[in-house]
Design a protein around this ligand. Structure first.
Ligand code: NAD
Length: 261
C-alpha cells in the first residue's frame, strides 16, 4: 500500500479510464475523490464499493469540468473532507467527430473547455497545496491524439496537443517543488467513449460491431489489442511511485505501437 496517507482526485472517474485509475490508486491505499456524471445511485454504489474493497476514504464531487469555478470548488472540497489533494489525475474528456468545415461551434467550445481548459483549471487549483507539502503528482490523461492527428477530430486533437503543452510548462515550473507533471497517452481503450464511435462507424460502414472493432484498432495500432483501464491505472500508480520521482514533463504512450509508426 505505497500510497497510504495520500489523497487522489480523479476527474471523470465514474466510468472508463478514470474509474480504472481511481480503483488502482485506492488499491495502493490512497483516499480518493471521485468526479463525473451519471446516475446518483450507481455512483454511490461505486463510491461505497471502492471504499469497502480497499478500506480508504472515498468522496464524490459532481463538479462540471467545463466550469472553472466548480473545479476550484471540487479541489477545495477534497481538501476540506479528505485533507489535501496530493495526486491530481485530469482525466475527464469527451469526443465528437466531424470534418473541420462541419464541426459545430458549440461542440468545439465544449471539447476545449472539458478536455483542455479543465486540465489547466485543475492544475491551477491543486498546485498551491502540493507546493506547500513539497510533494505532488499531476497526471494528465492526454491521448495518442496528443502526439498525432486523425481526421474528423479537430477539437479533440487540438485539446490533447494543448494538454501536452501545459504538462511541459507545469513540469518545468514545479521541477524543484517535489511535484511531477506527466501525461499518459493511451491508444484505443474500450470504454463508453469508444463504444459510441464503434457503433456509429459500424452503422455507417454496414459492418458488424465485431468486424468494426477489429478494423478500428488495426487501422491505428500495430498491436491489434485494446489497452484496459486497469493497465492505465497501473501506469498511474507507477508515476506516483518513488521510482518515477524524476520522470516529469513527459508524454507516456500506452498505445500498442500507434505512435511508433
Ligand atoms: P468515458 O466516457 O468512459 O468517461 C468519461 C468520464 O468523464 C465519465 O466519468 C464522465 O462522466 C466524465 N465527464 C464527461 N464530461 C464531464 C464534465 N463536464 N465534468 C465532469 N466529468 C465529466 O471515457 P474514457 O474513454 O474513459 O475517457 C477518459 C479520458 O481518456 C478522456 O480524457 C479521453 O479523451 C481519454 N482517452 C480515451 C481513450 C479511449 O480509447 N477510450 C484513448 C485515449 C485517451
Amino acid at each position: 500500500m505505497s500510497l497510504k496517507g495520500k489523497v487522489a482526485l480523479v476527474t471523470g472517474s465514474t466510468s472508463g479510464i478514470g474509474l480504472g485509475i481511481a480503483r488502482a490508486l485506492a488499491a495502493e491505499g490512497a483516499d480518493i475523490m471521485l468526479n463525473g456524471f451519471g446516475d446518483a445511485a450507481q455512483i454511490e454504489a461505486l463510491r461505497s464499493d471502492i471504499a469497502a474493497s480497499h478500506g480508504g476514504k472515498v468522496g464524490y464531487s459532481g463538479a462540471d469540468i467545463s466550469r472553472p469555478e466548480q473545479i476550484a470548488g471540487m479541489v477545495a472540497e477534497a481538501v476540506k473532507t479528505l485533507g489535501s489533494v496530493d495526486i491530481l489525475v485530469n482525466n475527464a474528456g469527451i469526443q465528437f467527430t466531424a470534418n473541420v468545415e462541419d464541426f459545430p461551434d458549440e461542440r468545439w467550445d465544449q471539447i476545449i473547455a472539458i478536455n483542455m481548459s479543465g486540465v489547466f483549471h485543475g492544475m491551477k487549483a491543486a498546485i498551491p497545496g502540493m507546493k506547500a507539502k513539497g510533494w505532488g503528482r499531476i497526471i494528465n490523461i492526454a491521448s495518442a491524439h496528443g502526439l498525432v492527428a486523425s481526421a474528423q477530430k479537430v477539437a479533440y486533437v487540438a485539446a490533447k496537443h494543448g494538454v501536452l503543452g501545459m504538462t511541459k510548462v507545469a513540469a518545468i515550473e514545479l521541477a524543484n517543488a517535489g511535484v511531477t507533471v506527466n501525461a499518459i497517452c493511451p491508444g484505443w481503450v474500450l470504454t463508453p467513449l469508444v463504444e459510441k464511435q464503434l457503433h456509429d462507424r459500424a452503422e455507417k460502414d454496414g459492418k458488424t460491431v465485431e468486424q468494426e472493432t477489429h478494423d478500428l484498432v488495426a487501422e491505428k495500432q500495430p498491436m491489434v489489442k485494446f489497452t484496459t483501464p486497469e493497465q492505465i491505472g497501473g501506469l498511474a500508480v507507477f508515476l506516483c511511485s518513488d521510482a518515477a520521482a524524476t520522470i516529469t514533463g513527459t508524454p507516456l504512450s500506452i498505445d500498442g505501437g500507434w505512435v511508433a509508426q
